[in-house]
Design a protein around this ligand. Structure first.
Ligand code: NAP
Ligand code: G4F
Length: 353
């Protein structure tokens, strides 16, 4: 039975990857960090009850800022495959916490692969690094592929650039089987609530049911290549099954503005949306009620923006045999459907202790 270690297992990708690997018969260990609230909700597909046990899954406390905890867990598990997904993954938050983000995302990756060397796991285990299309930042070409120059535009992007290069450096210097998956944005019902896709589907579903009046967004004209997270985790696994370590872009090849995401979500909810005003004064209005349901707020604009991301994943398609199936419209629909179901439950049971 193969053993996998996933850092950040209770994140969006970590939870899908855990399900995927368990389905393939792996024994999985995931790292979680202590929090004052119990945040294992995304693992509910595996653990039906809060304190359940799964015969092939165990969780260990660890933190990317704490080398000793990483070494302890790696030594106890001695995994065949390590998926480093843990990160401070929010771009805007990285402007507010740049040093912390660098520590977790950049040095945390170094701590992982140095721990592999200390324990001799660099000879036996394979390492996946969660790299990102944010590396391309101020893009020099559209679409972006593995050879497109990097120009990150945020402390998050810069920290991830270090992680990208240190993984590559350990591959070249020590022969580590280390790969970078350069994944473009991928979303799902499990997406964190302060990322734009989830913020849109959740807010609009609640507005539809009268649980909320309106919500605020920043830059509506930024373009992203949005795919479905559940499909993207398979590409991570495929990268570690190759004969040679290499880096891969994973993307749909389509790009859409944030505004188009809002419009598609409204179509799904049968909200007749019209726009009024320009740029920072722009507002979205429900034509049926005449009410403002969306306002642009400068608070959500970033000090530097990545204007357009559109990936060329032909290498992943050719070498890994991976390709996305869920389209942009299907992705928006499955997120809207989920959030509508959730909002319906919420409207039934608002519990106050
Ligand atoms: P996510 O939902 O934000 O999950 C991040 C995970 O990292 C969570 O489990 C989080 O734990 C954990 N974490 C954060 N800080 C930590 C620390 N100091 N020590 C240990 N664990 C820590 O992110 P995601 O969307 O699943 O993304 C997974 C990875 O892929 C991240 O590295 C992200 O940067 C990268 N990536 C994501 C995308 C995307 O579009 N989703 C695209 C490219 C790359 P808590 O729950 O305790 O916070
Ligand atoms: O959903 P976002 O916060 O994702 P972003 O910044 O593209 O980063 C995500 O994808 C990266 C891969 O390219 C990952 F590496 C990273 O970890 C993360 O998963 O923002 C998307 C776009 C941005 O242009 C942002 O300015 O939406 C725009 N936006 C407009 N209003 C907003 C908002 N973003 C957020 N989070 N919240 C808003 O209110």
């Amino acid at each position: 039975m193969k053993k996998a270690l996933i850092t950040g297992i209770n994140g969006q990708d970590g939870s899908y990857l855990a399900e995927f690997l368990l389905g393939k018969g792996y024994q999985v260990c995931g790292t979680v960090r202590r929090s004052s609230t119990f945040n294992r909700g995304r693992l509910e597909g595996i653990y039906r009850n809060t304190f359940d046990h799964h015969v092939n899954l165990n969780l260990e406390y660890s933190d990317m800022n704490d080398s000793s905890s990483l070494i302890r867990v790696m030594d106890a598990v001695r995994p065949d495959e390590i998926y480093n997904l843990a990160a401070q993954s929010h771009v805007q938050v990285s402007f507010d916490t740049p040093e912390y983000t660098a520590n977790v995302d950049a040095l945390g990756t170094l701590r992982m692969i140095e721990a592999m060397r200390i324990l001799g796991l660099d000879k036996t285990a394979r390492f996946y690094q969660a790299s990102t299309s944010e590396l391309f930042g101020k893009v020099s070409e559209v679409p972006q592929n593995e050879n497109t120059p990097f120009h990150p535009c945020s402390p998050y992007g810069v920290a991830k650039l270090y992680a990208y290069w240190i993984t590559k450096n350990y591959r070249e210097a020590y022969g580590l089987f280390g790969v970078n998956g350069i994944l473009f944005n991928h979303e799902s019902p499990r997406r964190g609530e302060n990322f734009v896709s989830k913020k849109i589907t959740q807010s609009l579903a609640r507005i539809k049911l009268g649980l909320q009046d309106k919500f605020k967004l920043g830059n509506l004209e930024a373009k992203r290549d949005w795919g479905y997270a559940k499909e993207y985790v398979e590409s991570m696994w495929l990268m570690l099954q190759q004969d040679k370590p290499d880096d891969f872009v994973v993307a749909t090849g389509e790009t859409h503005t944030v505004r188009e995401f809002v419009e598609e979500a409204c179509r799904n909810l049968d909200i007749p949306l019209i726009w009024e005003g320009q740029e920072a004064e722009k507002r979205g209005i429900d034509q049926r009620t005449g009410k403002v349901i969306l306002e642009v707020d400068k608070h959500y604009f970033r000090p530097a923006e990545v204007d357009i991301l559109q990936g060329d994943s032909s290498k992943a398609r050719r070498v890994l045999g991976w390709q996305p199936k869920v389209t942009f419209k299907e992705l928006v629909k499955l997120m809207v459907d989920f959030d509508l179901r959730k909002a319906k439950n919420e409207s039934r049971e608002i519990l106050i202790d």
